[in-house]
Design a protein around this ligand. Structure first.
Ligand code: BG6
Length: 495
C-alpha cells in the first residue's frame, strides 16, 4: 500500500491547534508518524502543536509517544524512525484566541516563509473564526497556506455559516479542507471503485432493481470522557449530519466526470444528492426518526454506566446517543427507495456497514420446499473487518428432492500484501499535504447536510420528541426495529 504513494512531496510546516487534545494525540499525530514512516513526509517537515499549558519540546515528544503507544499497541513502530520524526515535533504555548500569542509561532514559521503551511484546527469549531483571524493579523497566511477543519462545524446551518464566513474571510475555498474521516476509510473508497469501475452494477443501481438501502454505524464505546462536548451535539450532529450523510452520498451519487482532473467532480455529484434529500414534514419526522439514549447495561462483558452517569457524575440530559432515520431522495434514480440510517453508542457490536437490498425476483419457478427465495444483497462492511459480499441464490448440490436453493455469498475482497492498512487520517492528511481536496467537504455540501438535519432537529425540539432509553450493549430502542418493520423490511443481520 505504502509504496504506491508519492514520495517527492516538499517539506511543509504543520500547525496543530489543540495539540494536546484527544483527537490530536489519538489520531492526527499517529497518522503523521505513519506517513513519515512510509516516506510520505519529508524529514524536515516541522510539526508544531499549540497547547494551553507550557511543556518543553522534550516533554511534548514524550507525551505524544506515550499516547501513540497507548492507542497503537501494534508492532508497526521503529525507534530509529521515531527518533528522526520526533526531532521535528515542537510545542508552542498559546492562548489561541489572542492574536498577541501568535508571535512566537510566527517567528518559527517565518524561518521558511515559502513552505506549504497546513493549519489543522483540532479545536471546538467556535474557535475556528478567532484562529483564522489571528493567523491573518499576524501575517501567517501565505499563498501556500491551507486550513483543515474538524467536524462538526457549528451546531446548525446558521452557526456553520457564521463560522465558515470567518474562515472564508482568510482562506479561499480551495484552501479550506473540511475533514470527514469516513471518506478516508479504504472500504468507503472502495464504494467508488465498485460502482464506477465495473459495468456490472451500474444498470442495476436505481429504483428499478434496488428495494432499499441500509447504513449502520454501530459503536460499543460510550462517550469516553467527551461528555461535555458530546452533550451539546448528540448523535445527529456528531455522526448523522456528516459521516452517515457522506456514506449515503457515495451510494446514491451519479458517476462523477473524473476523480483526477479536479476536486469538484465528485463533490458536485454529492451535493446534488444532499439537495435532493426530502425535507420531512413534522408528522414524517415523528414517524420516520427515532432518538435513543443508553442506560446502564453490559458492553463487551463489562457492566457499564448509562449516558447520564458516564462521566462519573450524575447528569440530566435529553441528548440522543442513538438515531435511526428513514430518509428519501427525491430524484428519478432513487424515488421510492428508502435509505434507512442508524447509528448509536454502546450498541451490542462495533460495526459499520452498508447493505444494498435488491428487489425480489418477479416470479419464482422453483418450488424450493415452499421456502421463499432471498433477494440479492450487496453487503459492504466498512469496519472493523473490511469486506464486500454479494448474496446470491444457488442450487444445493446433489439429487435430493428436486431442485432446492440456498443463499451463498460471493466475497469480493482482495488480499493485501501489506497487513497494515493506512488509517483514514493518514490518507486524508496526505491529501492535504498534496493539496487535493476531492475527499473533503465543500461549503455547499455541509450547508445542504445541515439543512436536512436542522429540519429534524428543530421538529424534535419543537414537538418535544424525547429520547427513548435503551440498555447499553443492545441494538438501540425497539422503535428502531419498528421503524423498518412497519415497511415490511428488517435490519440486516449476519447469519
Ligand atoms: C467521530 C465522532 O467523528 O467519529 C465520534 O465524533 C465517533 O463520536 C467517531 O466515535 C467514530 O469514528 P470511527 O472511525 O471509530 O468509526
Amino acid at each position: 500500500m505504502a509504496n504506491e504513494l508519492p514520495k517527492e512531496l516538499p517539506p511543509a510546516d504543520i500547525v496543530i491547534f489543540g495539540g494536546h487534545g484527544d483527537l490530536a494525540l489519538r489520531k492526527i499525530m499517529p497518522a503523521l508518524y505513519y506517513l513519515f514512516w512510509h516516506d510520505h513526509i519529508d524529514p524536515s517537515t516541522r510539526i508544531f502543536s499549540t497547547v494551553r499549558t507550557k511543556v518543553s519540546d522534550e516533554e511534548h515528544r514524550s507525551l505524544v509517544l506515550e499516547k501513540f503507544r497507548e492507542y497503537h499497541p501494534d508492532n508497526y513502530f521503529s525507534d530509529e524512525t521515531w527518533a528522526v520524526f520526533s526531532a521535528q515535533l515542537f510545542c508552542v504555548e498559546m492562548d489561541i484566541s489572542d492574536p498577541e500569542n501568535y508571535k512566537s509561532l510566527a517567528k518559527s514559521l517565518n524561518e521558511f516563509a515559502d513552505r506549504d503551511r497546513i493549519n489543522y484546527l483540532s479545536t471546538p469549531s467556535s474557535l475556528f473564526g478567532d484562529i483564522c483571524t489571528a493567523l491573518k493579523e499576524t501575517g501567517l497566511v501565505t499563498q501556500n497556506s491551507r486550513v483543515v477543519l474538524e467536524k462538526p462545524i457549528g451546531h446548525d446551518l446558521k452557526s456553520f455559516q457564521e463560522i465558515d464566513d470567518l474562515v472564508a474571510a482568510v482562506f479561499p475555498e480551495s484552501g479550506i479542507f473540511r475533514i470527514d474521516h469516513y471518506l478516508g476509510k479504504d472500504t468507503v473508497q472502495n464504494i467508488l471503485a465498485l460502482r464506477f469501475s465495473n459495468t456490472l452494477f451500474m444498470p442495476l443501481w436505481d429504483n428499478k432493481s434496488i428495494d432499499h438501502v441500509q447504513i449502520t454505524v454501530a459503536e460499543t464505546v460510550g462517550v469516553e470522557g467527551r461528555w461535555g462536548y458530546y452533550d451539546q451535539y448528540g448523535a445527529m450532529r456528531d455522526m448523522v449530519q456528516n459521516h452517515l450523510m457522506q456514506l449515503l452520498c457515495l451510494v446514491a451519487m451519479e458517476p462523477p466526470r473524473s476523480l483526477q482532473s479536479d476536486s469538484d467532480s465528485v463533490r458536485n455529484e454529492k451535493v446534488k444528492v444532499l439537495k435532493s434529500l426530502r425535507q420531512m414534514s413534522k408528522r414524517e419526522v415523528s414517524e420516520n426518526t427515532v432518538r435513543g439514549q443508553y442506560k446502564s447495561g453490559v458492553s463487551n462483558n463489562k457492566s457499564v454506566p448509562g449516558y447520564l452517569e458516564d462521566d462519573d457524575e450524575l447528569h440530566e440530559s435529553d441528548t440522543e446517543t442513538f438515531v435511526a432515520v428513514k430518509a428519501d431522495i427525491d430524484n428519478w434514480t432513487w424515488s421510492g427507495v428508502p435509505f434507512y440510517l442508524r447509528t448509536g453508542k454502546r450498541m451490542s457490536e462495533r460495526y459499520s456497514e452498508i447493505v444494498i437490498q435488491f428487489k425480489d425476483i418477479p416470479h419464482s419457478i422453483f418450488p424450493n420446499d415452499g421456502q421463499p427465495l432471498e433477494a440479492n444483497k450487496l453487503i459492504i462492511h466498512i469496519q472493523p473487518e473490511e469486506s464486500i459480499r454479494l448474496l446470491m441464490m444457488n442450487k444445493i448440490p446433489g439429487l435430493g428432492k428436486g431442485m432446492r436453493l440456498r443463499p451463498v455469498e460471493l466475497e469480493l475482497n482482495v488480499a493485501e500484501d501489506d497487513p497494515r492498512s493506512p488509517t483514514a487520517y493518514e490518507r486524508l492528511l496526505l491529501d492535504v499535504i498534496k493539496n487535493d481536496a476531492t475527499l473533503f467537504m465543500r461549503r455547499d455540501e455541509v450547508e445542504a447536510a445541515w439543512e436536512w438535519a436542522d429540519n429534524i432537529l428543530e421538529t424534535w425540539q419543537e414537538d418535544n420528541i424525547k429520547v427513548k432509553k435503551y440498555v447499553a450493549g443492545t441494538d438501540g430502542p425497539s422503535s428502531s426495529v419498528a421503524l423498518i418493520e412497519r415497511d415490511g423490511r428488517s435490519w440486516h443481520e449476519d447469519a
